[in-house]
Design a protein around this ligand. Structure first.
Ligand code: ZN
Length: 133
């Protein structure tokens, strides 16, 4: 089954912790075990899993990506957002998280982040969940 999250951002580039929203969907749908696939159907946004305990990690991830792929560069794409397209490709458009006992089996420090690289915008994250038991 598919569930959809809508994520509204207010900044140009930001990582949004969506772990609790995903966990709510797993609980609402009564999923006990299997794999949750999260998929971002956008070309300038992404999804990743990384440390959420210290918020400076997300800030450093964004800053590191900006150093790798600076916004200001003579890219060819006329829309002017090639840096966001490149970051989306580097980070990726999907992740998978195992579910057991109705819970996401994330590591102690892991959180799921929606990554906006060309906001602010309202975006979708698709969740493909196993059928609830
Ligand atoms: Zn573009």
């Amino acid at each position: 089954m598919i569930a959809t999250l809508e994520i509204a951002t207010s900044e140009h580039s930001v990582l949004v912790d969506i772990t609790d929203l995903v966990a709510d969907k797993v609980r609402e749908r009564g999923v006990q075990s299997g794999v949750c696939t999260l998929y971002v159907p956008h070309t300038t946004a992404a999804v990743t899993i990384n440390e959420g305990a210290d918020p400076t990690v997300a800030e450093d991830l964004l800053a590191g990506l900006e150093r790798l792929v600076p916004w200001n560069h003579p890219y060819r794409h006329r829309e002017g957002n090639s840096a966001a397209h490149i970051k989306a490709t580097l980070v990726g458009s999907s992740v998978q998280v195992p579910i057991d006992g109705g819970r996401l089996l994330l590591g102690t420090w892991q959180r799921i982040f929606f990554c906006e690289f060309d906001g602010p915008r309202t975006r979708k994250v698709r969740l493909h969940l196993p059928t609830g038991a």
